[in-house]
Design a protein around this ligand. Structure first.
Ligand SMILES: *Cc1c(COP(=O)(O)O)cnc(C)c1O
Length: 371
């Protein structure tokens, strides 16, 4: 018989606080006695257009093959990505979402006790990946809610193996111009891997865009991570990918699950990658929705962080209960956004940019909640 009160697993695993996801629509409907159809979910940075029609068609064609294992090497998707970025297939790693890529990198590169550098207010999965492998977190103070790359370069310790950078960052939406990242890459020791997480890259304005894959050609210690979950509208399928030189890619390939991306996801991602019209429409809708939200925040006198992603971080009060209180008031009105108290931002909420009518419903509910 098991000893009473016996604790399993290493201390560094027991210390992990599990990831808090956006509340599902069905759960909010149940909890607050609301009609599911009237609930507006702006909590997980999903594409408000849903999945592209091209992906739906590709999945319908792939459904008959589900009795078989997926292609473990993702031949077609890698071929499509390879053509897109002009890199060989052995520079590519596919992931079960880019979340998978971030974790694979930590497992492949970092031993317990070694350190990982990331920024305050940056994506929660960096802290999780660090804890999962028993590594030491070096969390670097943010500057204006974004990454302070000077301080991050200075924080790299002799035992640092990995640095996570999100550009744009989630949950703050801050953006690092290309020149700043280039200066940073030039300073990082060659034995420290930099993961440049570009989950929102496809939403960047024309004047912000840069060629991170050209940096991958120059730096064997750089890994660029992207996803099909956001602008491509395939969050539920879980597909992401990494671009890195072959030595680093080979290492990731040893750690990943052999069948980490399922066949429906592979087929849908190939179709979505080729769907330039859907991507353009998504970016356009996002630009308009962002203007709609920030105009309302200005009118209401609310502070927000200028965002380069598909969400905006807004400060809804001065006290440390403000985020939770306004969030509850929004939930009661059927609007789901993301409280960010777990990011040490208890006065703020993160709102995903939705369809114009969803944004409007949120703004109305917010005004009511603030009174
Ligand atoms: C959403 C997000 C991801 C990962 O999303 P996946 O669905 O796992 O691809 C990675 N990084 C950041 C900064 C994100 O916001």
């Amino acid at each position: 018989m098991a000893e009473q009160g016996k604790q399993f697993g290493p201390e560094y695993v027991r210390a992990i606080s599990p990831y808090v996801a956006g509340k599902p629509i069905a759960e909010v409907a149940r909890e607050f006695g609301l009609d599911e159809a009237k609930i507006v979910k702006l909590a997980s940075n999903e594409n408000p257009l849903g999945m592209p029609e091209s992906a739906r068609t590709a999945m319908a064609a792939a459904i008959g093959e589900l009795g078989r294992y997926p292609d473990a090497n993702g031949f077609e998707l890698k071929a499509a990505l390879s053509a897109r970025y002009d890199v060989p297939a052995d520079w590519l790693t596919l992931g079960n979402g880019s979340n998978d890529i971030l974790e694979i990198a930590a497992h492949a590169l970092v031993k317990p006790g070694e350190s990982i550098v990331y920024a305050e207010y940056s994506f929660a999965v960096y802290a999780l990946a660090t804890q999962e492998v028993g590594a030491r977190a070096i969390e670097v103070k943010a500057r204006d809610y974004g990454h302070d790359l000077h301080a991050m370069a200075a924080a790299i310790a002799p035992d640092t193996r990995l640095v996570f950078i999100a550009n744009p960052n989630n949950p703050t939406g801050t953006f690092l111009p290309a020149a700043e990242i280039e200066r940073f890459l030039a300073k990082v020791p060659a034995d420290v891997v930099v993961v440049l997480d570009e989950a929102y890259n496809e939403y960047l304005d024309a004047e912000q865009q840069y060629e991170s894959v050209s940096w991958v050609r120059k730096y064997p210690n750089l890994l660029v991570s992207r996803t099909f979950s956001k602008a491509y509208g395939l969050a539920g399928l879980r597909v992401g990918y990494a671009v890195a030189q072959p030595a680093l890619t080979d290492l990731l390939n040893r750690i990943r699950q052999p069948f980490n991306v399922n066949s429906m996801a592979q087929a849908a991602a190939v179709a979505a990658l080729g769907d330039a019209a859907f991507l353009r429409k998504s970016a356009e809708l996002n630009r308009e929705g962002k203007a709609q939200l920030v105009a309302a925040f200005d009118r209401l006198g609310l502070q927000y962080v200028p965002s380069s992603g598909n969400f905006v971080l807004v400060r809804v009060g001065d006290d440390d209960d403000a985020g939770a209180r306004i969030n509850l008031a929004l939930l009661k009105q059927g609007v789901i956004v993301r409280p960010v108290g777990n990011y040490k931002l208890p006065q703020w909420l993160r709102v995903t940019i939705g369809l114009p009518e969803e944004n409007e419903a949120f703004i109305k509910a917010l005004e009511a909640a603030l009174q």
